[in-house]
Ligand binder design. Structure first.
Ligand code: SF4
Length: 339
């Protein structure tokens, strides 16, 4: 039996101050991932500071026509919000394809971005894991790694990032606003997730006690024509083998602008900039989509059981782009299995 002390904060400075002052403490929001990790002793804070009373649940239009989303807004509330569904369908779809209805009702937006990998070795204290215990080794490298990453890996870690939401936010160039003990910061979401490199235990560029306050999604006309395609082993309550968040503008058969990000294949939500370069200014054809997918996945590295993901990712990119650029979009996206 371990004792964990518990307190509730009612304002942001108090919450930040309490966690910053105590290296053994942690924030508690929805708890849908964190409580799991407490139960299996992967995370062992001595103190939890409950932040659910903080006034961070807003879902509002920002002055420029984008979205301001409080870190404690629940996934289900954001997914169902009128502005999100109308202007950022890829965001609503990614949220609805994550977890289960019960979990979406509880899980917070900020907590979703901070969730830990579902690598089975990470969650098993009897297995070596560099992310959990730096320098211990990696059980997945030559183990059961069918669900692991093929992009952004290192010799230390090949774990995939589990969030669907983060993939959509990366495609939409969202910004994460944080409050620390000394200063506030804004961090482009593409910089919010670190590659594992030699320090897979360090996943975000934030300090102990630094709190996510809001997530801003900038106004983006291209986002109105966007979608999220998630391929997984079962139709519900399952993490992605491959997912694609895409927003595309097409004029007279030519792609004039595009945002593309991948989930399930990389150690962080993966902005597919190589593919975007191929797509921008090119005809919206299957040949273009295949060339873009090939360019993006050219740097991928398999580790045995996960080799199938490389071809699966190519095909998923082509399928998503084909549907979203079809003349009868959005009906074509539904027919293609895009949410
Ligand atoms: Fe740990 Fe990463 Fe290896 Fe999984 S892949 S065991 S998280 S070091």
């Amino acid at each position: 039996m371990r004792t964990i002390s518990y307190s509730r904060a009612t304002d942001v400075p108090t919450a930040v101050g309490a966690v910053t002052a105590d290296p053994g403490s942690a924030f508690l929001a929805g708890g849908t991932n964190q409580v799991d990790l407490l139960r299996i002793y992967v995370e062992q804070p001595a103190r939890l500071v409950d932040i659910n009373d903080l006034p961070l649940r807003q879902i509002e239009e920002s002055p420029g026509g984008g979205l301001q989303i409080g870190a404690l807004a629940r996934m289900s509330d954001v997914a169902g919000h009128r502005l999100v569904r109308q202007r950022f369908p890829v965001l609503a779809q990614a949220l609805l394809l994550g977890a289960s209805p019960q979990l979406r009702n509880m899980a917070s937006m900020g907590g979703n971005l901070m969730q830990r990998t579902r690598c089975a070795y990470f969650r098993d204290l009897a297995s070596p894991c560099n992310k959990r215990t730096p320098g211990a080794g990696c059980g997945a490298m030559h183990g059961v790694n069918r669900g692991h990453a093929v992009l952004g890996t290192s010799d230390m870690c090949i774990a995939t990032h589990p969030s669907d939401l983060a993939v959509a936010l990366v495609a939409l160039d969202a910004v994460v606003y944080t409050r620390g003990a000394v200063a506030s910061r804004d961090i482009p979401v593409d910089d919010f997730f670190l590659l594992p490199g030699n320090t897979p235990d360090r996943e975000h560029p934030i300090e102990h006690g630094e709190l996510i306050e809001t997530i801003e999604v900038p106004a983006s006309p291209i986002a109105a024509r966007s979608a999220y395609l998630k391929v997984r082993d079962r139709e519900s309550y399952e993490f992605a083998l491959v997912s694609v968040a895409a927003a595309v503008a097409v004029e007279a058969g030519t792609i004039t602008d595009v945002r593309l990000a991948l989930g399930g294949v990389a150690t962080r939500p993966w902005r597919a900039r190589q593919a975007e370069q191929v797509l921008r200014g090119a005809p919206a054809t299957v040949e273009t989509f295949m060339a873009a997918a090939g360019r993006e996945m050219a740097a991928s590295v398999a580790h045995g059981m996960n080799e199938f993901k490389i071809e699966l990712a190519r095909r998923t990119i082509v399928r998503a782009l084909g549907a979203i650029t079809a003349e009868d979009w959005p009906a074509a996206t539904r027919a293609a299995g895009v949410a």
